[in-house]
Design a protein. Structure first.
Lengths: 245, 168
């Protein structure tokens, strides 16, 4: 058998073998690549995956909620940068809460550097931080005389509308303090408050191979070499007969 | 892998954050416009206003109430929107239903800072709302900062839309 024919057969055979063996990875790279290319339009950076096993896979230590903030009719539990307000998640990357108070139809959750104001149904009304706060860091929040009261390093400040502040506080202030959670509740809430990992990051790690661990990128380097071999062998098989003519 | 990867990602995030810059605080901007800052007011976003804001922003507004400052003649709106991945904070001064001037107060993206150049921002001066709550003039884009330019346009429209609603 002539050498060129043997070479062509060998090339074709290995072209098929490599193509089949790496099929899953090629599809994975292609799909994740297309998704990442349109990441902004797909809102990948604002979508999160909440799964205990994904967090474990990434080595993210899962925090178990130990305490809750309660008002007469509302409950806030927080862990892993997430809040459950009356059982509903309120968003991602939330600060550690300092307290929860109820002011008429509004609920206010205080953090060290922000106040989140919610309607009774959980809709976010306003978020106050920086210049909108009377001081930093906030140390505690409470209510007194129908006003919201925040404790700052410069003393307490009060607000009737969670908008404008006056120095000082009413004589009697009910500061929001946490209450411990029962062990069974801690586990139940921990499942619902699993750490969030952005979909964009997961796709990026799948695309680069980092999702598979330390040797993932090296493995994907091999896949890339396979892809190069496929392209070259494909080109050879396409061009060689035409060049011979 | 995961721990090192996490450290790498956190490091990159920290570096990206460091690139973000606050040029002027909102309170300084408000004080500059009014001399002494008046007490803030709020515009409550009714369902109709929420729908209008969502149509302008291409996403629902983050809050149900919007703070602003006004002395009767001028109003100041501090708004935030995402350019590509990070929030841009901008201040809008509106007088008689038209933009008096616009300033980028904080820019957190790694690229596209050109939107804070006065030569770009002066295009907004005098702009008002036309039919469909669009700006009544075209804004020239900036190569490499397209998404930030779009964010600035959206926020300008929103500020004018809110100003109109606050006066009704």
């Amino acid at each position: 058998m002539p050498f060129k024919l043997r070479l062509a057969r060998t090339l074709r055979r290995w072209h098929a073998r490599i193509g089949f063996a790496a099929l899953i990875f090629f599809v994975l790279i292609a799909v994740t690549g297309v998704a990442l290319n349109h990441g902004a339009a797909l809102g990948l950076d604002s979508r999160y995956v909440h799964a205990e096993w994904v967090a474990r896979w990434y080595g993210i230590r899962q925090e178990q909620p130990q305490q809750a903030y309660r008002t007469e009719s509302h409950l806030l539990v927080a862990a892993n940068g997430r809040w459950l307000l009356d059982g509903s998640p309120t968003g991602e990357k939330m600060p550690r809460p300092l307290g929860l108070v109820e002011m008429g139809d509004l609920l206010v959750v205080g953090g060290e550097s922000s106040l989140h104001v919610y309607r009774g149904d959980g809709a976010l009304v306003d978020r106050l931080d920086g210049y909108a706060l009377p001081g930093f860091p906030l140390k505690a929040i409470g209510t007194g005389g129908g006003e919201l009261v925040v404790q700052t390093p410069d003393g307490p400040f009060s607000s009737a509308d969670v908008l404008s502040w006056r120095p000082g506080a009413p004589k009697v202030v009910a500061w929001s303090i946490p209450t411990p959670l029962a062990a069974s509740d801690r586990e139940a809430y921990a499942r619902r408050l699993a750490p969030a990992i952005s979909l964009q990051r997961i796709l990026l790690d799948l695309h680069s191979g980092r999702f598979l661990g330390r040797f993932g990128p090296l493995f994907f380097d091999v896949v890339a070499i396979f892809l190069t071999i496929l392209a070259l062998s494909g080109a050879w098989m396409f061009l060689a007969p035409r060049l011979r003519r | 892998m995961p721990r090192r990867l996490l450290i790498l990602v956190l490091g990159l995030c920290a570096a990206a954050q460091a690139l973000g810059e606050v040029y002027q605080t909102p309170e300084a901007f408000v004080a500059e416009v009014f001399g002494t800052a008046p007490a803030p007011r709020v515009l409550w976003l009714t369902r109709e206003l929420q729908a209008g804001a969502a149509a302008i922003l291409d996403h629902p507004p983050a809050n149900l109430r919007q703070r602003y400052w006004s002395d009767g003649a001028k109003s100041v709106w501090i708004l935030e929107d995402i350019g590509k991945e990070e929030l841009i904070t901008a201040g809008f001064v509106i007088s008689q239903g038209r933009l008096d001037h616009v300033r980028v107060l904080a820019y957190r993206e790694s690229r596209g800072q050109e939107v804070r150049d006065p030569s770009f921002l002066k295009q907004f001066a005098g702009a008002g709302l036309a039919q469909g709550d669009r700006l009544d003039r075209g804004i020239d884009g900036i190569s490499g900062a397209t998404l930030s330019v779009h964010a600035m346009e959206r926020m300008s429209r929103l500020a004018l839309y809110f100003d109109r609603a606050s006066r009704n």
